[in-house]
Write a protein that binds this ligand. Structure first.
Ligand SMILES: NC(=O)c1ccc[n+]([C@@H]2O[C@H](COP(=O)([O-])OP(=O)(O)OC[C@H]3O[C@@H](n4cnc5c(N)ncnc54)[C@H](OP(=O)(O)O)[C@@H]3O)[C@@H](O)[C@H]2O)c1
Length: 337
């Protein structure tokens, strides 16, 4: 397992982090039992993973707390709270305090290492900074939080408007952002600032949806070529992903994770799975160094101008991918958080 210093937190973390949300929720969303989910987390520990991300709405805090109870001091646990509820009502500082107490109870811990404001929308950032951050700082002062983090919406904020604003403040030690083949915009929009301030960066959802489904990705690439969003002559319509195998990459997920892990400024890549064999593959991929340079260069030259949302895009109608001037999709669909 490869480890990195997690920006200015100084924590030493595995490049491969295990995420408890997304399409899988440690397998709970795909039919696994809690005992099986606990086994996945413990397999992660055996593989050398020491970074675990969860959130109250994933339903995996309790599983992660149970799985890690015997090695709490050896791992870094990240969880989250929201600035606005699903019904649209704003959350108060007192609400955040009681949400954290519930999180700590489920995690069986006195402290959360990284506590994020979860999926903050650009329009909510001002409210969050004014109303929630003072409470988070108070909770940090009381020793219940070690570091403050903030995550964006993978679906509605594809060009990182909220995080671009957040990193200008000196509050956040950690940011969680999306980075995929089809949305490399953080390279120019966000990472120059995080690198300058030594803010830790975790990547979410880089293999989600068609980035772990070769046939769907090939179909999407063909659609993008047909629409003129990527050069028709740059891809083989019959086998648009062939350059990955030609470069010695064994699977699409391996390419998806290795591509983002070696982007300058990135510290941790969260992988979401409930499948122990997938977890082993992903941990191995994330300790295999960068992709061959010709593969990385091809991914940048083919797709580097896109900034497509990373929420379940394959479920959207083709019109969502019609070419536009900036080739971004704002993602009105489901956001798996
Ligand atoms: N706004 C936010 O704060 C936010 C948003 C999104 C995500 N996150 C965090 O980021 C984490 C990672 O995102 P994600 O869960 O979307 O994860 P991801 O790793 O990008 O994608 C997970 C999907 O890929 C599949 N997969 C994983 N490894 C595979 C392999 N080796 N072969 C084939 N399929 C594979 C999984 O299915 P299997 O279960 O079958 O392996 C699952 O369907 C989340 O769990 C969550 O902790 C946070």
């Amino acid at each position: 397992m490869d480890y990195r210093t997690f920006g200015r937190t100084g924590l030493r973390v595995s490049v491969c982090g295990l995420g408890g949300g997304g399409e899988s929720r440690l397998g709970l969303k795909k039919g696994s039992t809690e005992d099986q989910a606990i086994e996945v987390v413990r397999r992660g520990v055996d593989l050398g993973i020491n970074y675990f991300d969860t959130a109250p709405n994933y339903g995996t805090e309790d599983v992660i707390g149970r799985a890690l109870a015997g090695c709490r001091d050896d791992v870094v646990i990240s969880s989250k709270t929201v600035a606005r509820r699903a019904d649209g009502s704003p959350v108060s500082g007192a609400d955040v305090r009681s949400a954290l107490d519930e999180t700590l109870r489920k995690l069986r811990s006195d402290v959360v290492d990284v506590y994020h404001l979860h999926r903050v929308q650009p329009d909510d950032y001002g409210y969050a900074a004014a109303e929630i951050v003072p409470e988070l700082l108070a909770l940090r002062g009381e020793g219940k939080i070690r570091f403050l983090g903030i995550s964006e919406s993978t679906g509605s904020d594809a060009r990182h408007a909220m995080l671009s604003r957040a990193v200008a403040d000196d509050v956040w030690d950690v940011v969680m952002t999306g980075f995929t083949f089809f949305n490399q915009s953080a390279r120019d929009v966000l990472f120059p600032a995080t690198i300058a301030k030594d803010i830790a960066v975790e990547i979410m959802a880089s293999a989600r949806s068609y980035f772990s489904r070769p046939e769907q990705l090939a179909a999407e690439i063909a659609r993008l070529a047909d629409a003129g969003v990527i050069g028709r002559d740059d891809v083989d319509p019959a086998d648009p992903l062939r350059f990955l195998a030609d470069g010695g990459v064994r699977s699409l997920t391996e390419a998806s994770y290795r591509f983002v892990a070696h982007e300058p400024g990135v510290h941790v890549v969260l992988v979401g799975t409930g499948n122990p064999a997938h977890l082993e593959e992903n941990a191995r991929a994330l300790s295999s160094g960068p992709l061959p340079p010709e593969v990385s260069k091809r991914l940048v030259s083919l797709f580097g101008h896109l900034s497509m949302a990373v929420d379940a895009p394959w479920r959207k109608p083709p019109a969502a991918h019609a070419p536009s001037q900036d080739t971004s999709t704002t993602g009105s669909g489901e956001d798996l958080q």
